[in-house]
Ligand binder design. Structure first.
Ligand SMILES: CCCCCCC/C=C/C(=O)SCCNC(=O)CCNC(=O)[C@H](O)C(C)(C)COP(=O)(O)OP(=O)(O)OC[C@H]1O[C@@H](n2cnc3c(N)ncnc32)[C@H](O)[C@@H]1OP(=O)(O)O
Ligand SMILES: NC(=O)C1=CN([C@@H]2O[C@H](COP(=O)(O)OP(=O)(O)OC[C@H]3O[C@@H](n4cnc5c(N)ncnc54)[C@H](OP(=O)(O)O)[C@@H]3O)[C@@H](O)[C@H]2O)C=CC1
Length: 303
């Protein structure tokens, strides 16, 4: 993709970023990473695994998860922890309960939670149905609460503590083309504040990360042919003048989960090459009053 090729610096990152952390950092700790089979979730699971954690990755597509696990097993070193997978749709409370039970049964109480699963479709608000808006709020905001509650109840409410990182977006200036997701992620930014206060007494820290535009094949596949046009308009507005990598998000997530962040809670950390400081919406809007700047992407952009 031409716009991605223009993202100077993208190839310069040390993929697992293990060098900046001690290999013993998460030794023996159980970590649950939702959406851990692809993109940011995979990079995060990979880093935690190489830092000694016992990592459960969970999402809907079994074949993707199995492949991710096989990749990590093939990378195993003496410092690596354990890796396992199970399928889940985080929109189902029963499925999330079963996920937590299975994870605890296999690796022990969950101490590290990365609630990374999420997503949306691109559509301007005027073309968006209430059902579509609701489905994205359900997936991102309500399911983040669902997963966090299930893990807190089962593993973190007894005073033994833990750390939670949720996935947000760079929503400070609104997000034309993604009204549903921006509203949901703004909700997540506030949710982590409340949870961090209420759960502090249990020794639980709750933070979020707000990535800018992070390139991975899996993420961009959702935007179909529209990705190139969107990126051409977006890249010039990113101070770093490049996209981010999943590994650059994983490093911040690992920091927030680690004792190095033991006094950090209720925060949302921007990871966007400075894009959150630019007073321009994340998605482009050449004509602010245009009635249908995005329309609805074709159905092939759907999962
Ligand atoms: C190239 C630059 C891009 C900028 C990037 C900005 C930063 C963000 C990046 C990322 O988040 S990358 C990760 C992307 N990954 C995903 O989005 C995957 C997750 N997505 C999904 O699971 C689904 O698409 C969904 C959004 C949650 C919808 O799933 P759900 O099963 O709840 O919905 P459906 O039953 O299929 O549909 C319900 C309802 O939703 C509306 N709708 C769904 N898809 C579309 C669409 N493509 N366009 C318009 N409307 C859509 C619609 O109203 C549906 O109702 P019906 O019409 O089916 O009755
Ligand atoms: N890439 C970017 O620029 C940005 C991404 N984000 C967010 O970061 C997170 C990771 O995205 P990214 O890695 O880029 O993209 P991916 O599309 O690779 O990751 C999304 C993950 O979520 C999983 N998922 C989606 N719906 C569900 C569900 N209902 N139940 C369980 N798992 C689900 C998917 O797996 P499966 O389909 O198998 O269920 C997939 O592994 C998402 O929340 C995304 O919105 C935020 C800001 C920017």
């Amino acid at each position: 993709m031409a716009a991605v090729d223009r993202a100077a610096g993208l190839a310069d990152c040390d993929p697992p970023l293990t060098g900046v952390f001690s290999e013993q950092l998460f030794r023996g700790q159980c970590a649950l990473v939702t959406g851990g089979g692809t993109g940011i979730g995979f990079a995060t699971a990979r880093l935690l695994f190489h830092l000694g954690a016992s990592v459960m990755i969970a999402a809907r597509r079994e074949v993707v998860l199995a492949e991710a696990c096989a990749t990590l097993e093939a990378e195993r070193t003496a410092a690596s922890g354990q890796i396992g997978f199970t399928t889940v749709d985080i929109r189902s409370s029963e499925a999330v309960s079963a996920l937590v039970e299975e994870t605890v049964g296999r690796f022990g109480p969950i101490r590290l939670l990365v609630q990374n699963s999420g997503g949306q479709f691109v559509s301007d608000a005027a073309s968006m149905s209430v059902k579509g808006f609701n489905s994205v709020v359900q997936l991102n905001l309500v399911s983040t609460f669902r997963v966090a509650r299930a893990v807190f109840d089962a593993c973190m409410s007894d005073g033994r503590g833990g750390a939670i990182v949720a996935m947000s977006l760079d929503v400070d200036n609104g997000m034309p083309g993604m009204a549903h997701s921006a509203a949901a992620r703004a909700g997540i930014n506030n949710l982590v504040k409340t949870l961090s206060i209420e759960w502090a007494a249990s020794g639980v820290r709750v933070n979020a990360v707000a990535p800018g535009i992070i390139y991975s094949e899996s993420a961009f596949s959702h935007y179909g042919d529209a990705a190139e046009d969107l990126l051409s308009a977006l890249l010039p507005a990113i101070p770093a003048k490049r996209l981010g990598t999943p590994e650059e998000v994983a490093g911040v997530v690992a920091f927030l989960l680690s004792p190095a962040a033991s006094y950090v809670t209720g925060s949302t950390v921007a990871i966007g090459g400075g894009s959150h400081l630019v007073r321009k919406p994340l998605l482009p809007m050449d004509e602010p009053c245009a009635s249908q700047p995005y329309g609805r992407l074709p159905r092939k952009a759907r999962l």
